[in-house]
Ligand binder design. Structure first.
Ligand SMILES: Cc1cc2nc3c(=O)[nH]c(=O)nc-3n(C[C@H](O)[C@H](O)[C@H](O)COP(=O)(O)OP(=O)(O)OC[C@H]3O[C@@H](n4cnc5c(N)ncnc54)[C@H](O)[C@@H]3O)c2cc1C
Length: 414
C-alpha cells in the first residue's frame, strides 16, 4: 500500500526503533504513517519457517532486563527461557556456569567450574552485583575504558576472561577483542543480572509484529523504499508524501546515506549455522561457549529453551561465528561442543548477517541527538546502544521529541 500524499508524521523503517516511535505517536493521537522497504515488520528481528522449524535471522534473544522490555506484552510473546549462564568446555570436559540465584541446584557446578580461584569467582560476583544494582547515573559516572579493561580491573582474572567472558560477550557484542565501551558492558551486564533471556514461540520477528499491531495495518506501508528525506516530506519510488515531521529509523548505513551529518560506525557481522538433531543432547537450555582454539563463539540448542521452534520434537541447534565460516568447516566443532557425533547433525540452513549491529567503542555517546531540527528526526540502535533496548529507547526519545516539535508548531500557528 503506497503512502498517502500527506501525513502528520512519516516514520521511515519498521524496525523496533521506528515501531516504538510510531506506537507512541499513535497513542498520542498523531496521524503517523510508517514506510518500510521490506515485506515484513521488525527489521533485523526477522524470522522465517524452514521445514516447519522457526528460524531467526541469526541467533538472537530477548532480554527482559532491558528497561524498554516494559513496553512489550511479554506474556503474549509466549517466551521460552534459557538458564542464565553458559557451559564452558575445557579439555573436552563440560562445566555449567549458572547464576546460582536463579538455579540453586547448579550452584555447586558453578562453584567448582574451572574459572580461576575462589577470589576470582568472588570478583565476578562483585562485578555482577555492582553492574546489576548500582544506580545507572552512578554506573555511567565511572571512567570509560574498554570492556576487557573493565573486567580486568574488576579482578575477574585471565582464566575467567578467556574461558567465560570473552566467548560469552563475543556472542553478544559480535566482537572478541572486547574493545567495546565499558559503559555498554556495564549496562548490558546489568540487564543480564536483572532479567531473563527468552525466545518468543513464534520467533524474534514477533517482537516487532506485536508493536506493528499497535500501530495498525492501515498505517504500515510495506515494500515502500524511501529514497530521499527532508523535514517536511519523504520521497519514495511511488511519489512524495508531505509531512510536518519525518523520523528516519532505518539501519545505520541507510540513515547515514539519507541524512547528512549522521555517521555509521563500522558494523559487526555474524554467521549462524542451523542444524537439526533427532533429540537434544542435554535437555538443558544453556548456551555452550566456543573454545579458544575453535571458530565458533557459541552453540545452543534453541528448542531446549523454546520447544515451539521445532515442528516435531527434534532439536534445533544454532551455532555462530564472528568471521564467516562454511558449515562443513565447523560441523566437527559443533558436534564436539555438544558431545555428539557429526553424523547426528542435519544441516538446515546458514546465514551471514553482514551489518548485524553497529560497533559501540569508546568514546560511546549514549543518547545521541534524535532531533536534527527543521522537522527531521532520527532513531535507531546507532543513536543509543546496539541492541533491542537501544533501538526501542531511541524510538521512544524520537517520539517525545516529535511531540514537542508538533506542539511548538501548533503554538506558532495559533
Ligand atoms: C543476528 C543478530 C543478532 C542480534 N542479537 C541481538 C540480541 O540477542 N539482543 C539484542 O538486544 N539485540 C540483538 N541484535 C541487535 C538488534 O536486533 C538491533 O539492534 C535492533 O533490532 C535494531 O533495530 P532498529 O530499528 O534500530 O533497526 P532495523 O531493525 O535495522 O530497522 C530498520 C528498518 O528500516 C528499514 N529500511 C532501511 N532502509 C529503508 C528505506 N530506504 N526505506 C524504508 N525502510 C527502510 C529496514 O528494512 C528495517 O526494517 C542482533 C542483531 C542481529 C542482526
Amino acid at each position: 500500500m503506497p503512502l498517502p500524499a500527506r501525513a502528520q508524521v512519516v516514520v521511515v523503517g519498521a524496525g523496533l526503533a521506528g515501531l516504538s516511535a510510531a506506537v507512541r505517536l499513535r497513542a498520542a493521537g498523531v496521524d503517523v504513517h510508517v514506510a518500510e522497504a521490506a515485506r515484513h515488520t521488525g527489521g533485523r528481528l526477522a524470522t522465517e519457517r524452514i521445514d516447519g522449524f522457526v528460524v531467526d535471522r541469526g541467533f538472537q534473544v530477548l532480554n527482559t532486563g532491558y528497561p524498554r522490555a516494559a513496553d512489550l506484552d511479554l506474556a503474549a510473546l509466549d517466551l521460552g527461557w534459557f538458564w542464565p549462564g553458559a557451559v564452558v568446555r575445557v579439555d573436552g570436559r563440560a562445566s555449567r556456569v549458572v547464576d546460582p540465584r536463579r538455579r540453586p541446584a547448579a550452584a555447586l557446578d558453578t562453584l567448582y567450574a574451572p574459572l580461576g580461584s575462589p577470589l576470582r569467582k568472588a570478583a565476578i560476583v562483585a562485578y555482577s552485583a555492582r553492574a546489576g544494582y548500582t544506580p545507572v547515573p552512578r554506573l555511567l559516572r565511572e571512567p570509560e575504558t574498554t570492556a576487557e579493561e573493565r573486567l580486568r580491573r574488576a579482578g575477574v582474572g585471565d582464566t575467567a576472561l578467556e574461558r567465560f567472558f570473552r566467548p560469552f560477550l563475543a556472542g553478544v557484542l559480535l566482537e572478541d577483542r572486547l574493545e567495546t565501551s565499558s559503559r555498554y558492558l556495564d549496562l548490558l551486564w546489568r540487564s543480564f543480572a536483572r532479567g531473563a533471556i527468552g525466545l518468543p514461540a513464534r520467533g524474534m520477528q514477533s517482537v516487532g509484529e506485536q508493536l506493528a499491531d499497535r500501530v495498525g495495518a492501515e498505517r504500515l506501508h510495506l515494500g515502500v523504499r524511501v529514497t530521499a528525506v527532508g523535514g517536511d516530506a519523504v520521497t519514495t519510488d511511488a511519489g512524495r508524501t508531505r509531512a510536518d515531521a519525518v523520523v528516519v529509523a532505518t539501519d545505520p548505513a541507510t540513515a547515514a546515506a539519507l541524512v547528512p551529518g549522521v555517521t555509521a560506525s563500522a558494523p559487526r557481522r555474524v554467521t549462524t549455522h542451523l542444524h537439526v538433531l533427532p533429540a537434544s543432547p542435554s535437555g538443558e537450555p544453556l548456551l555452550v561457549l566456543g573454545t579458544p582454539s575453535g571458530q565458533l563463539v557459541n552453540s545452543v540448542v534453541l528448542t531446549d529453551a523454546q520447544p515451539a521452534y521445532s515442528p516435531d520434537g527434534r532439536a534445533l541447534v544454532a551455532s555462530s561465528s564472528l568471521a564467516p565460516t562454511r558449515e562443513a568447516d565447523v560441523r566437527a566443532e559443533i558436534a564436539a561442543l555438544h558431545g555428539i557425533g557429526t553424523g547426528d547433525l542435519a544441516h538446515l540452513t546458514s546465514v551471514t548477517v553482514p551489518q548485524a549491529q553497529p560497533a559501540a567503542v569508546p568514546p560511546l555517546h549514549l543518547r545521541q541527538p534524535v532531533d536534527l531540527g527543521g522537522g527531521l528526526y532520527v532513531a535507531g540502535d546507532h543513536r543509543d546502544t546496539p541492541s533491542i533496548q537501544g533501538a526501542m529507547a531511541s524510538g521512544a526519545r524520537a517520539a517525545r521529541a516529535v511531540l514537542r516539535g508538533l506542539q511548538t508548531r501548533q503554538r506558532g500557528a495559533a
